[in-house]
Design a protein around this ligand. Structure first.
Ligand SMILES: NC(=O)c1ccc[n+]([C@@H]2O[C@H](COP(=O)([O-])OP(=O)(O)OC[C@H]3O[C@@H](n4cnc5c(N)ncnc54)[C@H](OP(=O)(O)O)[C@@H]3O)[C@@H](O)[C@H]2O)c1
Length: 323
């Protein structure tokens, strides 16, 4: 697969979001299935794998997802980029005595579960009211100097927070929500990142499945641990309201002999050179379908027409930076 850069870290142009093997989209598959699915993605050419310490069933434990990712990739560790995330607040700092020690504590636990002695990309999952981003940036800088992480990132942040952090320790990546129906980052976050050599890693790039065109008003989501019950674009009324967007993508899918999910990914790859989406799926076939969006090439004219048509359509439901 073609390569892109998150800061100085080389990755495949599409990565793999591993969350749903543990959390967020209802019933999780057996572990063997998840491990094979991750290995298949690697065999296909994917080198960026995204997880987080909190991805566990119902977010009720720690490390379920990191353990699966670690098991799946331990044999090919040197060939891949492992990205994981931590949450930190003042109580961690009080326990460990310094922000650096607290971050390091989380990192060491993650490394153990991931069966590795370094993490390529370590994100602060959300900023906290009680620990400043500058303090975290300093700690990340020290961990980079010590060779424990190769780079660091922030998630769900605006350009002011990015700028404050980047001044202290240069960022490799920002992971925010971004898709055809969540375009806030186009205003200032992506321009800032482009200017400063920071990669942008869109999460939920298929809008939790909406942009695949496979979700209808009759689709039943799981009753347990399924974010699709509250993702605003997926309420019954908003699925109907967003139908013109789905139809537009479907038209391009037909024209390009691709799937709608692939068009939604090809659109963002064409739009920005520093964007590396991490679609999530717990289905082996759809994982490969999403990775092979890298083969779908929109011409300049096709892209321009699609982008302009999208900009004219109203989006029903907006998630933004809140969750
Ligand atoms: N930083 C953060 O705060 C944050 C938040 C959320 C997620 N993430 C990361 O981002 C990754 C991706 O986000 P996401 O999983 O929320 O959103 P997503 O990739 O937009 O959507 C996932 C949903 O779409 C479906 N889907 C995926 N590909 C499909 C296809 N080709 N055809 C039909 N349906 C398809 C999946 O169903 P199936 O499983 O049935 O295929 C699943 O229900 C996560 O795995 C996680 O690593 C980060």
């Amino acid at each position: 697969m073609k390569k892109r850069y998150l800061g100085t870290i080389e990755v495949s142009e599409i990565g793999m979001g591993c969350m749903a093997f543990s959390h967020g989209y209802g019933r999780i598959p057996p572990e063997d299935y998840s491990i094979e699915a991750i290995r298949n993605a690697y065999e296909y050419g994917c080198t960026l794998f995204d997880t987080a310490e909190v991805y566990s069933p119902n977010l009720s434990g720690i490390g379920h997802n990191e353990k699966i990712v670690g098991k799946a990739l331990k044999d090919v560790r040197k060939d891949i980029v492992l990205a994981t995330k931590l949450f930190i607040d003042r109580s961690d700092v009080r326990r460990d005595g310094s922000v650096y020690k607290a971050v390091r504590h989380h990192l060491e636990d993650s490394m153990q579960r991931l069966q590795t002695d370094y993490v390529d990309l370590y994100y602060l999952h959300r900023t906290s009211g009680s620990v400043s981003v500058g303090e975290v940036a300093e700690a990340m800088g020290q961990l980079i100097d010590e060779g424990m992480i190769r780079g660091w990132g922030l998630s769900q942040v605006d350009e002011n927070v990015i700028a404050r952090a980047h001044q202290v320790t240069p960022l490799s990546a920002v992971q925010n929500i971004y898709s055809m129906v969540e375009r806030d980052v186009e205003k200032a976050v992506i321009p800032y990142c482009l200017k400063h050599g920071i990669g942008v890693v869109p999460f939920s790039p298929i809008a939790s499945g909406l942009l695949s065109g496979k979700i209808t008003v009759n689709t039943q989501f799981d009753t347990n641990d399924d974010v699709r019950n509250w993702v605003p674009q997926l309420s019954r009324r908003n699925i109907e309201g967003n139908q013109p967007i789905i139809d537009l993508i479907g038209k391009y899918a037909e024209m390009k002999q691709a799937t709608s999910a692939q068009i939604s990914l090809a659109w963002m790859l064409k739009k920005y050179p520093n964007v590396v989406p991490i679609p999530g799926s717990k289905n082996k076939e759809r994982i490969i379908e999403n990775l092979s969006a890298t083969e779908v090439k929109l011409s300049d004219e096709e892209f321009r027409d699609l982008d302009q048509a999208l900009s004219r359509l109203k989006v029903y439901g907006h998630r933004g930076f809140t969750r």
